[in-house]
Design a protein around this ligand. Structure first.
Ligand code: CP
Length: 385
């Protein structure tokens, strides 16, 4: 029993077993599998989510739906019955993970998200092992991937590559969806989704994201996670952003223009201590040293843009700290022990949110909703798995 494998989570493992009796669960799963087989679950444009290239594809309704789906999936996955039902959702679908820029959590969370849904995965992480070294063009490589799989999930060092791949897909007879898992220093839309999910989940008891004061700190100029997250903020009422960064790494003008255009309040400062008491959440980022051309990062004194035990004393008791990770010295590991450290849970949220994105792309959300209804646990029940 899963109950044995998850000590301390009493009640979770047998939930589906208790509330989704085996016979009913089997029926639900059989129905789900039948539906999957009948429709062959091919992603279709126009009906739902297809390419995920930048955050503009999401509106508030879709964000809320994805957050809800992520929570329902994570609840289902806590039981053996639920996990098997999820694995039966997309067993005939295949994903290509094309990650030519280093990644730990985005790669692993997408890989495991696919496996949670029964999908098989192929990967290229080192272009020197692909026919690109023989001179094959980027477009030809992407088209080749699309011949074998049903979705391409990609991260590249160069900005704009995911958009280029999506455009190519839109011009061929067998297009497959493209998910941008990070493109240059430009966009990281699924990171923004998991950040929204983490914020929404953490603010559940405080009325959600609307009206909150959110600090963003670090290398805001070259950090694609904060850029993508800023775009999504327009879907929340009364949010105020506080940018805390060294002047040479301040938020770029294009994002500030966007915020102005959408009436999102923001301010800029170099004084973390002065603003910490007013923040409901602090999103910390590392220096993006990989974009240095002449050691620019090393010229920055990071101490004023770091969180340690002193900064914790200045924060609200119910505020929390996020970080897309990996971290550098900007968060002292001692902070990990504080209940306001949200980044490890944020990292895990990424897997559930990426499961939700795949569910939505392949249009099987109605099956997940049926499985979840058969369970009966309400979403956002306040547990953090
Ligand atoms: N947050 C993030 O994108 O982490 P990785 O670079 O490890 O994927």
């Amino acid at each position: 029993m899963l109950a044995c494998a998850l000590p301390g989570r009493r009640g979770l493992a047998h939930r589906a077993g208790a509330r989704l009796p085996a016979s009913r669960a089997n029926r639900t799963r059989a129905n789900a599998t039948q539906s999957v087989t009948e429709t062959l679950v091919l992603p279709t444009r126009g009906a739902g989510l297809f390419h995920v290239i930048d955050p503009h594809v999401f509106d508030r309704a879709l964000l809320d739906e994805l957050c809800d789906l992520a929570t329902r999936v994570r609840t289902l996955a806590k039981s053996e019955v639920g996990a098997r039902a999820l694995r039966d959702l997309l067993p005939t679908r295949r994903a290509m993970l094309y990650f030519t820029q280093p990644s730990t959590r985005t790669f692993l969370s997408f890989n495991n998200a696919c496996h949670i849904l029964g999908m098989r995965t192929s990967e290229i992480r080192d272009p020197s092992t692909s026919s690109e070294v023989k001179g094959e063009s980027f477009d030809d490589s992407i088209r080749t991937f699309s011949s074998y799989v049903d979705v391409i999930i990609m991260r590249t060092k160069e900005a704009g590559r995911a958009a280029q791949a999506a455009k190519l897909m839109d011009s061929i007879p067998r297009p497959v969806p493209v998910i941008n898992a990070g493109s240059g220093s430009d966009q990281h839309p699924t990171q923004a989704l998991l950040d929204i999910y983490t914020l929404a989940r953490s603010f559940t008891a405080r009325g959600g994201i609307d009206g909150k004061v959110i600090g963003m700190m670090g290398d805001l100029k070259r950090g694609r996670t904060v850029r993508s997250l800023c775009y999504l903020m327009r879907h929340y009422e009364g949010v105020r952003l506080v940018f805390i960064a060294p002047p040479q790494f301040a938020m770029e003008r294009d994002i500030k223009t966007y915020l102005d255009h959408h009436g999102i309040a923001y301010s800029e400062t170099t004084q973390l201590d002065a603003v910490l008491p007013e923040l409901d959440a602090l999103y910390v980022t590392r220096m993006q040293t990989e974009w240095d051309t002449a050691g620019e990062s090393r010229a920055v004194d990071l101490k004023p843009f770091s969180v340690g035990t002193h900064e914790l004393t200045l924060m609200k008791r119910d505020a929390f700290i996020m970080h897309p990770l990996p971290r550098g010295p900007e968060i002292d590991p001692l902070v990990d022990h504080d209940p306001r450290a949200m980044y490890w849970r944020q990292e895990r949220n990424g897997m559930w949110m990426r499961v939700a994105v795949l569910i939505k792309i392949f249009g099987v959300e109605h099956i997940v909703m049926a499985l979840a209804a058969a369970d009966s646990e309400p979403p956002f029940a306040g547990r953090l798995a």
